[in-house]
Design a protein around this ligand. Structure first.
Ligand code: NDP
Length: 361
């Protein structure tokens, strides 16, 4: 079967011919429908993130997938069911560990998990993949086209849950949110904030940060979602209070190291900033005393968040169902065949989210 992979020592994509997998006991065989591409895939190709599965010379990419059960293999799933896989798995040969036992692999520390398509395990960019059924989330048939977005949405669901939890000790009614980053993760989260579903229903005003000139398709999406576009070249994050307002929540998805510190100044008293971006090493001067003082005297909070698990995927299904068709059409700027993988991975200002389609239901 066809698989899109990188090979050790190289930085380019290959369409490999690899054996079709056979499901073990407790696993189902899934025929892949679509696999989305995100910044993490680019980091894996570039070698700055993740690592190869042990004893292989290649890594099959892809962690944002939707597929259809081809062989239920005696499990509780039924053939023909559309499913979305989670990403984290136990390392090969490991029986279990406390995080997986508790159903919280997303909270597991490095070394206690592998991530499909990212770190130590093959991903989903192949015509078929197998998975234990506990990691396959059934979704409605109508999700076969956009179900690959459930994985990135689930990362935001978890991050925002952690942010709300950090404010749960008092009566907190956030009205304003500032999304840092107009990449796919930022735009998906802005859409979550604007569809007025619990727990986001109290957000009256939303802002989204970018560094692009108009005309730009991401700015069009931000404004159609009733968000206010903020250009960081004109209004740095820590100056949003002077130009617009200090906000109750900052959601960071730029991976730009300074934004951690600027977030503190952008927050209103009692606000919370949640950080998802994964920056490279970077040094700069900061006034640590001012930031520390502001966090303490204004009851602010900062939270980091990575990955997600089954409950977040379940909530992501609900968020995806609220997104208007125009938003999904505008966000997904290209659907490619496996043979066109290199085009799908081209990253320019006209591409927002691209996806590789292996088959249709
Ligand atoms: P992208 O790289 O596609 O998007 C980042 C966006 O931020 C880009 O549009 C970029 O603008 C913008 N940006 C970067 N720096 C600035 C700046 N200084 N001012 C204004 N805008 C800026 O990534 P994704 O949307 O896929 O993901 C966002 C981040 O989250 C990444 O770092 C990714 O690695 C991380 N991530 C984290 C997860 C987690 O669980 N914690 C899960 C998935 C992703 P431009 O395009 O114009 O350069």
């Amino acid at each position: 079967m066809k698989a899109i992979a990188i090979q050790r020592g190289e930085r380019q994509l290959h369409v490999l011919d690899v054996p079709k997998p056979t499901p073990d006991t407790g696993e189902a065989l899934v025929r892949t429908l679509r696999v989305g591409i995100d910044g993490t895939d680019h980091e894996v190709i570039g070698g700055s993130h993740g690592h190869y599965p042990a004893a292989t010379d290649h890594q099959i990419l892809g962690h944002e997938a939707v597929g259809i059960v081809e062989d239920a293999n005696g499990t509780e799933l039924s053939e023909g069911r559309i499913v979305v896989p989670t990403v984290r798995r136990l390392p090969p040969g490991a029986d279990t560990n406390e995080y997986f036992e508790r159903g919280e692999p997303d909270m597991a520390p490095d070394g206690t998990y592998v991530e499909r398509g990212i770190a130590g395990a093959h991903g989903f960019m192949s015509e078929y993949f197998t998975s234990p059924t506990e990691y396959l989330i059934p979704v409605p048939d109508s999700f076969w086209e956009y179900g690959f977005l459930i994985e990135p949405i689930s990362n935001s669901e978890k991050a925002i849950e952690l942010a709300f939890a950090a404010r749960s000790a008092f009566d907190w009614q956030p009205e304003s949110a500032f999304v840092l980053g107009n990449g796919p993760l930022g735009l998906l989260t802005l859409a979550m904030f604007t569809q007025r579903r619990e727990p986001y229903a109290t957000f009256e005003r939303t802002y989204c940060l970018g560094r692009r000139d108009r005309p730009d398709p991401t700015i069009d999406i931000i404004e159609r979602l009733d968000g206010t576009y903020v250009d960081s070249r004109e209004t740095p994050v820590d100056e949003i209070g002077d130009v617009h307002e200090k906000v109750d929540m900052v959601y960071e998805a730029t991976g730009y190291g300074k934004h951690l510190f600027e977030t503190v100044a952008a927050l209103a008293p009692n606000g919370v900033g949640v950080l998802l971006g994964i920056p490279d090493d970077r040094s700069f001067d900061i006034d640590g005393g001012r930031i520390h003082r502001e966090l303490v005297l204004q009851n602010k909070a900062l939270v980091g968040s990575v990955n997600s698990h089954v409950p977040h995927f379940e909530r992501a299904k609900e968020s995806l169902a609220t997104f208007p068709d125009w938003f999904l059409d505008a966000l997904v700027t290209g659907v490619y065949s496996p043979e066109e993988a290199r085009d799908a991975f081209e990253d320019d200002d006209t591409a927002i989210k691209t996806v590789i389609e292996f088959s249709a239901p």
